[in-house]
Design a protein around this ligand. Structure first.
Ligand code: AMP
Ligand code: MG
Length: 407
């Protein structure tokens, strides 16, 4: 049995980013760049007007009011050859290229048109309302760095420099293999002693949430050769999650089946609750997580060990769930020697977050993990957890944000 920190370190040590693939920029959203994207262009390509108005020479309007002759009109998307000379102006619009000779734009609100003349009411400083070429992006600039996670603004930037595709790290396919002779499919009515295979669904959802592609395999009954055939089949994916059968019971065949298939064990059993029987290693070059069958144990192990691995496979630098600190509302009993992940709900208190332990801490009580629950982390050497004391709580990302906009 190894401590939680060592288990996590060994998982990360064994996990390396997958190769790259070229995808369209919209499909790159949420993925990690596997190349430095260098712009060959300036954005904007030419100086342009930030306002509807008139391109002028600022010296002509420094003693405003001033009357100028309109020598051309330049809608956005067109470029006039006419230069702005002393005493003249070109009418233009937001986005119009600044004509030769002009060094400022006067807003239309500060002008009165008068046939082919315009009366400018106010002076403007040099470069007023002009956006410079390359103000956003210069030629040669790295607009997306290798290793960066691609967000919506990055997708827009890639488009603005004329890139419709980008190299990103591959997403892992993740096989999900549920073992247990008691398991039935979700549409079957469970008979006595039977259990719906909910792990396949919870884990498939968690895999998708972590950016992976879940591949759910048929249920494997608790028989050595069935499980062995299934684990071999599962290594067609980039990573494998099995559930059930990793404990010390007579019918816990996953370890034996794996060993018969050439498994390289990295650890088995972690000093934690829930999830003590967690098994981890490599099979045919694939990461293999043998998760316990209890639904809470399986998902807690996913959040703490599998999710970081799946994110690292995708090249992410930030792989862990966020941590907040919260005071316990009431004391919680705990056994010394194991790190405990206490399922809690969080709410705002007068002096920061308050954590309330879920009524059932049983590793079968999956509902205690729903609805934005957090995992309060109680160190292995701690005894009873006292009310009012602050503890770290691992949370799912969306629960971090306050829902009231600050405006
Ligand atoms: P095991 O780890 O195989 O000893 O299973 C522990 C508990 O988890 C048992 O009560 C199982 O019925 C339950 N369990 C195992 N696999 C699943 C599954 N795929 N979906 C839901 N519950 C499961
Ligand atoms: Mg079982």
């Amino acid at each position: 049995m190894i401590p939680v920190g060592e288990a996590l370190a060994r998982v990360l040590e064994a996990t390396h980013a997958l190769g790259a693939e070229r995808v369209t920029i919209l499909d790159a959203l949420g993925r990690v760049a596997a190349e430095d994207v260098v712009s060959r262009r300036a954005v904007p390509a030419a100086p342009y007007s930030a306002m509807d108005g008139y391109a002028v020479r600022h010296a002509d309007v420094s003693a405003a009011p001033a009357r100028l002759r309109i020598v051309a009109v330049e809608p956005a998307g067109t470029v006039v050859a006419t230069a702005v000379e002393t005493g003249t102006a070109v009418k233009l619009f937001t986005g119009s290229v600044i004509p030769r000779g002009a060094d400022a734009v006067v807003r239309i609100e500060d002008c009165d048109a008068d046939g082919d003349h315009v009366r400018v009411r106010v002076p403007v400083p040099v470069r007023a309302n002009i956006r410079d070429a390359g103000e956003d992006i210069e030629p040669g600039q790295v607009v997306l760095g290798r290793g960066a996670a691609v967000g919506p603004a990055d997708v827009g930037v890639l488009a603005s420099v004329g890139r419709s595709t980008v190299l990103v790290h591959q997403r892992p396919s993740v096989a999900i293999l549920s073992t247990g002779s008691e398991l039935v499919e979700v549409d079957d009515e469970p008979g006595p002693g039977q259990v719906v295979n909910s792990n396949a669904y919870g884990l498939a959802a968690a895999v998708r949430d972590a950016g992976g592609d879940p591949v759910v395999l048929p249920i494997a009954p608790d028989r050595l050769d069935d499980i062995r055939a299934s684990v071999i089949e599962a290594t067609r994916a980039d990573a494998v999650l099995s559930t059930g059968g990793v404990s010390v019971g007579d019918l816990d065949f996953v370890k034996d089946a794996l060993e018969a298939a050439g498994f390289e064990r990295i650890f088995w059993r972690v000093a934690q609750k829930p999830g003590k029987p967690l098994l981890f290693g490599r099979l045919a070059g694939r990461l293999f997580f043998g998760l316990p069958g209890n639904p809470v144990s399986a998902l807690v192990c996913f959040a703490l060990y599998v999710r970081p691995a799946l994110r690292r496979l995708q090249g992410h630098r930030r792989v862990h769930l966020p941590v907040v600190h919260a005071r316990l509302a009431a004391s919680v009993r705990k056994t010394r020697g194991l790190t405990e992940f206490v399922r809690v709900s969080l709410c705002d208190g007068p002096d920061g977050l308050v954590a309330t332990a879920a009524r059932s801490q049983s590793s079968g009580a999956l509902s205690a993990l729903g609805g934005g629950a957090g995992l309060l982390v109680a160190a292995a050497d701690a005894g009873e957890l006292a009310a009012g004391v602050s503890y770290p709580v691992v949370v799912a990302e969306p629960t971090l944000a306050r829902e009231t906009p600050p405006f």
